[in-house]
Design a protein around this ligand. Structure first.
Ligand code: ADP
Ligand code: ZN
Length: 721
């Protein structure tokens, strides 16, 4: 009899066996419909010997309902799913779900209806109809999309359809993407770029696993360099995956990619429309999507013929997923390269210590680009000691920094002020009674946003209008803003340099690819003199007229003091400094600090990266921190504080006693309340020799909890709140 074992997409269930009905052909990786009680769930046929399950007698097996019309998940992807679940202590089902990330794509080929102008006019013209007819010239899209383009309601367009001015067109949902051409434009590489590019291209040609760390200073042209192995993969008809840390960066990337290859790459991120998702997913699985650029979730797409993986800005902490399966896309990318037998390029100007250590121990090949492209010089970096050069009362910028901006204004050059704090002020309190405005759902202060005149929580999204009178004591007009956010810095620039045109660049203002594109265009057209921005502007952007970078508070990242505070500060400041002087004019960087002697600030000012990294490495070695030891955290949460505490204590009572493995907790997490859930935490620090995942899995497996309790395991955590 023909039976198969299936991984079903339900984390609460183990593997299930089914009968394969007469005439159905399925092999490992096939995506199938499995009967489960009265329902049907999606499952993936798996190698039975790799999934422990209880043998069910043949006569009790139910038959599979069907096979979904998508190619089976490859063995390489199945191994990646197993590895990810195992390493991050997650269920196989929750990881497999990330590989089946488009419900529409699983339904098979489909068509949809789009509309376009016929050239005819409606009998009765209205101003809205006229506007729509003008705006839709040359467009073809769904009614909803056309309504967005024309800025009219869908009803207006339906009226035009009824009058014959718009006509329906049936289109294939999965129509092919325009082809990228490896030799569309030849780019002359510098000697150092050429050397690096050849190494990568040879690795693509060999089609073997080969992890690389591309360590190139800001402005060295890392993108142009890794475009060469991309071209090589295209010539071999192999697919490429490029991971970028933020969608705000993709606009710039798309533009450069299209100039080089004559067509845009295929995009993959969480805000795609479902029709775009299914089209991309199916093209990836059939092998016709040549180059996919995406956020970390693209890592689990079912590539048919992968030939190369690039992780750009590989040090970025946003590659770490902080909910669901808490994986690090940088590390999973390397594992995918391993299972697919393809090279992986991790590109960065400020590599993570973990990546440098992998290079040191010979596991990654380190390829350096030590100088900027086209003879541009690295910027000079100086500190401003705020304890000596005090900004005026109630202000945040030292006079020397303001003078620097003014000099740029006079020369028609641009400045960038970096402060990693959205909004106007990070804390609002009442002058009369001292009340501090706190989020009702989180252990966090509310942040004032003056543009929208609201108080907002940056953790859960809670928002309320800024009150006119104190909600605690009732005193009118008594709220004081404490500390600066980017909006407040922008106000200060406007006050001290009224002629400056200031742009605030944060996730609030650059919240879509379109707005990011507008921002880039405005800066390139020199319609902006001063950019005030958060970490969003620290990387990727290339503005030749930007010659001054001011770091408003270089000490900010060191507060909180978690394991990576020093490294993160170094990376952020070095990256934002890297925005200065990328063209022919030299760049200058001013770091405002209260601790000019702190090792990380001193290393930045001295431009001594090696000194910083070796001091940081020693510190980590002594602390048994990654990459020399391992960390994990377990967060127990519930909407009910007592329930969460009891669950944490119950887990604590079963704490395993393992040599060279230290378990701290349970204790209230630093964010003791987050999004309405009370949180308790264990922190685990272990030697590398300890089988950490196994210890944790065995420990937690034996303990049951009420349904309101969530237990989340975070391996190699980045967040310590
Ligand atoms: P990085 O990512 O290393 O900071 P970029 O890839 O943004 O640097 O490159 C910096 C600038 O130099 C970009 O404008 C890029 O187009 C340009 N550039 C780099 N290499 C070349 C090249 N070989 N030919 C022409 N322009 C180049
Ligand atoms: Zn909140």
């Amino acid at each position: 009899m023909n039976r198969v074992r299936c991984l079903v997409l339900n984390a609460a269930l183990g593997p299930l066996d089914y009968k394969v009905p007469e005439g159905m052909v399925v092999g490992p990786g096939a995506v199938v419909e499995c009967p489960l009680g009265p329902r049907t769930v999606i499952g993936i046929v798996w190698e039975a010997e790799r999934l422990a399950g209880t043998e069910v007698p043949a006569e009790k097996l139910r038959p599979l309902r069907g096979v979904l019309p998508v190619p089976p998940l490859s063995a390489a992807l199945r191994r990646l799913i197993e590895w990810t679940a195992d390493y991050y202590v997650a269920s196989l089902a929750s990881v497999a779900r990330m590989a089946l990330s488009s419900g529409g794509a699983l339904k098979g080929p489909a068509t949809m209806t789009e509309y376009r102008l016929t050239g005819g006019l409606p009998e009765r013209m209205t101003p809205q109809r006229e506007a729509a007819l003008g705006a839709l010239e040359g467009e073809q899209a769904t009614i909803r999309e056309l309504a967005g383009i024309a800025g009219v309601s869908e009803g207006v367009l339906r009226g035009l359809v009824n009058h014959g001015a718009l006509e329906p067109v049936e289109v294939d949902c999965d129509r092919p993407y325009p082809p990228a051409r490896p030799d569309f434009v030849e780019i002359a590489l510098s000697a150092q770029q050429r050397e690096a590019a050849d190494i990568f291209s040879n690795a693509v040609r060999k089609a073997e696993f080969a992890p690389f760390l591309l360590d190139g200073v800001t402005g060295s042209g890392k993108t142009e360099t890794y475009f060469e192995p991309v071209a090589q993969a295209l010539r071999m008809e192999r697919q490429v995956l490029v991971l970028l840390p933020e969608i705000a960066l993709t606009e710039n990337f798309l533009h450069r990619f299209e100039e080089r290859f004559g067509a845009p790459p295929v995009l993959w991120h969480s805000s795609l429309k479902s029709t775009e998702r299914r089209r991309a997913y199916r093209a990836v699985s059939e092998g016709s999507a040549q180059v996919v650029v995406g956020a970390r979730s693209a890592l689990f797409l079912p590539f048919a013929r992968l030939g190369l993986i690039v992780v750009d800005e590989a040090h970025e902490t946003s590659f770490k997923q902080e909910e669901g399966v808490r994986y690090n896309a940088r590390d999973v990318a390397v594992m995918r390269g391993h299972f697919e037998q393809v090279p992986v390029v991790l590109a960065s100007a400020t590599p993570a210590l973990e990546s440098l250590q992998m290079a040191e121990s010979g596991i990654y090949a380190k390829i350096d680009l030590p100088s900027r492209y086209g003879g541009a010089q690295m910027p000079t970096i100086e500190t401003i000691d705020l304890t000596e050069e005090k900004p005026p009362q109630g202000m945040w910028l030292a006079q020397r920094l303001v003078d620097g901006i003014e000099a740029r204004l006079e020369r028609g050059e641009q400045s960038l002020l970096f402060l990693n704090r959205r909004g106007y002020a990070p804390l609002t309190l009442c002058r009369n009674c001292g009340f501090r405005y706190q989020c009702p759902n989180c252990s966090a202060w509310l942040v004032e946003h003056r543009f929208t005149n609201r108080l907002a929580c940056h953790h859960c999204g809670h928002e309320a209008p800024a009150p006119k009178t104190c909600t605690e004591c009732g005193e009118p007009d008594c709220l004081v803003a404490c500390g600066p956010g980017v909006e407040r810095i922008a106000d200060e620039v406007a006050e001290r340099l009224p002629q400056a045109r200031v742009f605030v660049a944060t996730s609030d203002t650059l919240n879509s690819p379109g707005r990011a594109a507008e921002f880039i265009a405005a800066v390139e057209a020199r319609e902006v003199d001063v950019i005030v921005g958060t970490q969003l502007v620290t990387k990727g952007f290339h503005f030749p007229e930007l010659t001054l970078v001011g770091v408003v508070d270089a000490d900010l990242g060191l507060e909180g003091g978690d394991l990576r505070a020093g490294e993160r500060t170094y990376q952020q400041v070095a990256q934002v400094a890297g925005r200065a002087g990328r063209g022919s004019k030299p760049g200058e960087v001013l770091l405002q600090t209260r601790h000019p002697d702190a090792p990380v600030i001193a290393a930045l000012a001295a431009g001594d990266r090696d000194a910083f990294y070796s001091a940081e490495t020693e510190m980590r070695r002594e602390a048994g921190a990654p990459p020399f030891g391992r960390w994990a955290s377990i967060i127990i949460s519930s909407e009910d504080d007592a329930e969460a505490r009891e669950a944490a204590n119950r887990i604590g009572a079963f704490r395993p006693d393992v040599a060279e493995c230290m378990i701290l907790g349970p204790a209230p997490a630093p964010m003791a309340l987050l999004r309405g859930r009370y949180r308790y935490r264990f922190l685990i620090n272990a030697r590398r020799s300890v089988q950490l995942q196994q210890v944790i899995r065995r420990w937690l497996a034996a303990i049951d909890h009420p349904p309101g309790v969530r237990v989340a395991v975070d391996i190699d955590p980045y967040s310590f709140v």
